[in-house]
Design a protein around this ligand. Structure first.
Ligand SMILES: *Cc1c(COP(=O)(O)O)cnc(C)c1O
Length: 439
């Protein structure tokens, strides 16, 4: 192959970064970050975001009944998964021990981790507009936002976003509930049911035959031409990012409630599915503020969409895409089908994350079925990537403190997937297990 990328031929790239060879062959890998330090490149205030979400809680509780159990806060529980752990030991020969699931598939409103960042950014934008027009003060009871006067005010404003599905779902559902005109630019891989659901809420869905980066680029371009449009920029938004980061302090509370200590003796290892990077990056950023060196965060990507590990390994971040290296960005993990990582998140994560693993689609299907059979937990394929990453890491490296560590797999989505789709994926996973038994 005589490929030249950023003026350097492919042979030289592979010499400089030996793991590129496996990456280009779409083999599962574990990349360990050796540039880690505890230095924080920029400082974002997460507390402000948490307070804003608290102000909106009465409004959310009144408009979305599924948030009432948590007084209008969009939060998910953590769950110990002993049966899954035993099955993993049986199938893969190693028991991770102390395995927990962060159940973001149960998040109210949109059923995925995107309910954290996406909804937060819509709320922050709505608040800013309402403040500017003297319609709202911080001290008000925000349930007034459900009034017709606000809906009519927001209806003259537009929000747009580019998405592989779940972000569009979160922004669309929340934006429409407030009264905004919302346009979602969907990449080709976005599932039909997500587009259908949005259209029933009055959201405009524009479909592309190309991938995520193109949908974002087109959305950004159209929004820039119209000053009444707020574009939710998945690749660059710090608002979205801090929305995700609010998960950390709440998680610290949940761990404390369960009597789980996070310390040098009992470190916390967190496994996060990664697409463009904002979700896992925001959570990691928050967790590092909470626990410092006592938490280790790992990202997990599909073997066919390893954009973050490519950017981190080479240090070129958003200047390189997986397609540059002949990787096709075709995966069933639709939330993770991203060919070029966020440069902003990549640079911010450089000193913070412990490593990145990649996982094959077949593994995602199998683990989806395994979680269903052992724990009756229904996740979408992308949402089990964290678990695949943990298994890959244990295969490639004997994890230090393995016995004492708490392993938290971030389950990022699934509760809104239609039953028929869920059944199809589950059956695929079951078939893959059977084929393995035959071998
Ligand atoms: C979007 C998404 C992620 C990853 O978030 P990014 O911000 O794109 O990195 C993980 N899981 C699911 C289910 C998602 O939809």
């Amino acid at each position: 192959m005589s490929r030249v990328i950023l003026g350097k031929d492919i042979g030289q790239w592979m010499k400089d970064f030996p793991q590129l060879q496996q990456l280009m062959k779409t083999e599962p890998i574990t990349w360990i970050n050796d540039r880690k330090s505890n230095h924080e490149p920029i400082h974002l205030t997460i507390e402000e975001a948490e307070q804003r979400l608290r102000r909106f809680a009465p409004f959310l509780a009144s408009v979305f009944p599924d948030t009432q159990a948590n007084q209008g806060l969009i939060e998910s529980p953590i769950q110990r998964v002993v049966l899954a752990e035993q099955e993993i030991e049986k199938r893969f020969g190693k028991n991770p021990g102390n395995l927990w699931l962060k159940c973001d598939h149960q998040l109210p409103i949109s059923g995925s981790i995107k309910a954290r960042g996406g909804i937060y950014e819509v709320l922050a934008h709505a608040e800013k507009l309402a403040f500017q027009h003297g319609m709202l003060r911080e001290s008000d009871d925000y349930s007034i936002l459900a009034d017709e006067s606000f809906r009519s005010f927001f209806s003259s404003h537009k929000i747009a976003v580019g998405s592989t599905g779940n972000l569009g779902l979160s922004i669309g559902v929340m934006g429409a509930a407030l009264g905004f005109q919302v346009t979602v630019h969907m990449s080709a891989d976005a599932k039909q049911w997500k587009k259908d659901l949005l259209r029933t809420r009055g959201v405009e869905v524009i479909e592309y035959t190309s991938d995520y980066s193109k949908a974002v680029e087109e959305g950004r371009k159209q929004a820039e031409a119209d000053p009444t449009t707020h574009f939710v920029d998945d690749e660059n938004s710090t608002t979205l990012f801090v929305g995700y980061a609010t998960a950390a302090k709440r998680l610290a509370g949940q761990l404390a409630e369960q009597g789980i200590e996070v310390s040098a003796e009992r470190p916390l290892h967190v496994y996060l599915p990664c697409g463009v990077g904002g979700g896992p990056g925001g959570v990691t950023y928050g967790l590092k503020q909470e626990f410092g060196e006592h938490v280790q965060c790992f990202f997990v990507e599909p073997t066919h969409s390893p954009c973050m590990v490519l950017g981190m390994m080479t240090g070129y971040h958003d200047r390189v895409s997986v397609q540059d290296f002949g990787i096709d960005n075709q995966t069933i993990a639709d939330g993770l089908a991203v060919g070029r990582a966020s440069g902003f998140v990549g640079k911010l994560m450089e000193p913070l994350i412990s490593g990145i693993m990649t996982a094959e689609d077949s593994m995602l299907y199998k683990l989806q079925a395994l979680l269903m059979d052992t724990e009756k937990i229904q996740l979408e394929p992308s949402a089990v990537a964290g678990l695949a990453g943990l298994i890959q890491l244990q295969k490639d490296h004997a994890v230090q403190h393995a016995k004492a560590a708490t392993h938290l797999v971030w389950a990022t989505g699934g509760s809104m997937v239609p039953e028929e789709q869920m059944q199809q994926d589950y059956q695929t996973g079951k078939r893959l297990w059977e084929m393995e038994n035959i071998k």
